[in-house]
Design a protein around this ligand. Structure first.
Ligand SMILES: [Zn+2]
Length: 440
């Protein structure tokens, strides 16, 4: 399963471009795989370029960490605990299931919120990689994996009490996020319960360890490794501002329908109204010419074409198609040639409602054009910047001294696994946020 899906996961999220971090998780991952209950599995470890706070395992030996979760660990021992948990799912041969439609809709799966199953299928097609990130294990399996995480991380020399501490960070992200459920939480049991249980397990496991005093935490070494890590959404891969979608790297923009929700991933942009009665899917066609792209789109979904015409969209050649996906669902498709690529917009609605959405779709597609506004192009993700505390004081004092945005103090405290009134000694390393400049 892992072997087959790994390319899809990588296509969906992209690998995070940092060799020392990829090497780091590989080194510790292989070391832990070797002492696990299935040491012969060829484990593979990857850091994905996603801001979501999550780690997940795909049966077959693939373990993924997002850059979002890497940003939230505060030492190697926390990382090792979660690593052990994920390897545990593989070592114990846990079988995963897809999340319920309701949970998927809550965590921003447009496909899951679509009202019609008939066109939900269409938007789910490209979501396989995304879906793997949200696989669900049973509560029993999660508990067993926590136990294995404690055991394995202790065996490779880390203090597993730190793993318990990481559940506090998870809980704070959960409490601070409002309606959006962070994924590591929606896919895992209550972090409060786990804190107590993992602490107990760690105490027991350490009593068995040969030299418990030597168990490592390695805070400073971990923090130095993540210095410069991209943090939060990366606008270079596309963002929405005032109902306009901008893609700084590919240099295009288009308007999105007012109050529709947009979900952007590496492979597609999905846009839908709250009631889920229509959807726009925007992707890159893999084809070289408009004619080929049209043919590929028709045969991929056995479309029944009602109308096809050549068009020009803000100076770019294109084809507009109206077609039936099946007897219940009609779509408007625009294929647009731009900068050597062919982009594909698909607007879907149930056939009786189609006329009501047609102009909304067309207004979006016809607004596709080249992005030249430098102020929309030069927008970069924040980065983690590790600084040394210059003099004793509270975390608040230190953030102020480092010119951090006061509206983000709580968020930065969570990132550090600290409270704002925690007292820090001169010389301590902490995480701050720095404006990104697009350089690694
Ligand atoms: Zn798990």
């Amino acid at each position: 399963m892992g072997l087959a899906y790994d390319p899809q996961v990588i296509q969906e999220f992209g690998m995070y471009d940092d060799k020392k971090m990829q090497d780091f998780i590989n080194e510790y991952g292989k070391k832990m795989g070797a002492i696990s209950h299935r040491s012969k599995v060829e484990y593979q470890f990857r850091v994905l370029d996603s801001p979501v706070v999550n780690a997940f395992a795909v049966p077959g030996g693939y373990v993924y960490f997002t850059r979002g979760i890497m940003a939230h660990f505060n030492n190697e021992a926390e990382f090792a605990g979660v690593l052990g948990h994920e390897i545990g799912h593989i070592a114990a041969r846990h079988s995963a299931q897809q999340q319920s439609q309701q949970i998927l809709a809550q965590i921003g799966f447009i496909g899951a919120m679509l009202a019609s199953e008939k066109f939900r299928q269409y938007s789910d097609l490209a979501e396989t990689g995304l879906g793997l990130m949200f696989l669900k294990f049973s509560r029993n399996h999660e508990s067993q994996s926590d136990k294995l995480g404690v055991e394995y991380s202790t065996k490779i020399g880390y203090d597993a009490h730190q793993m318990a501490g990481f559940f506090n960070t998870i809980k704070r992200i959960q409490d601070g996020s409002g309606s959006n459920i962070p994924t590591f939480l929606s896919t895992h049991p209550d972090p409060g319960d786990r804190f107590n249980r993992v602490n107990e397990l760690a105490t027991k496991e350490q009593a068995k360890a040969s030299s418990p005093k030597d168990l490592q935490v390695n805070r400073d070494r971990y923090l130095r490794m993540i210095d410069g890590l991209v943090y939060g959404e990366d606008p270079q891969q596309g963002y929405v501002e005032k109902d306009i979608f901008y893609h700084p790297q590919l240099k295009f923009q288009f308007p999105t329908p007012k109050s529709w929700q947009t979900v952007n991933s590496s492979s597609q942009v999905q846009i839908a109204p709250q009631d889920g009665k229509a959807a726009i899917i925007f992707t890159l066609s893999g084809e070289k010419t408009l004619a080929q792209a049209k043919q590929a789109a028709i045969s991929a979904d056995s479309l029944k074409v009602l109308e096809s015409k050549n068009i020009s969209v803000n100076g770019n050649d294109g084809i507009a198609l109206t077609a039936d996906l099946n007897p219940q669902v009609r779509l408007l498709m625009y294929l647009i040639q731009f900068n050597g690529n062919i982009y594909k917009f698909t607007g879907l609605a149930e056939t009786p409602n189609f006329n009501g959405y047609e102009s909304t779709f067309a207004n979006c597609f016809k607004g596709f054009k080249s992005l030249t506004d430098q102020s929309k192009i030069n927008v970069f993700a924040d980065k983690i910047k590790i600084v040394t505390v210059a003099k004793d004081g509270t975390l608040s004092d230190v953030l102020k001294a480092n010119n951090q945005d006061s509206k983000r103090y709580e968020e930065i405290a969570t990132l550090n696994g600290m409270q704002l009134n925690d007292k820090l000694k001169k010389g301590t390393l902490i995480k701050t946020l720095a404006k990104g400049d697009g350089k690694k």
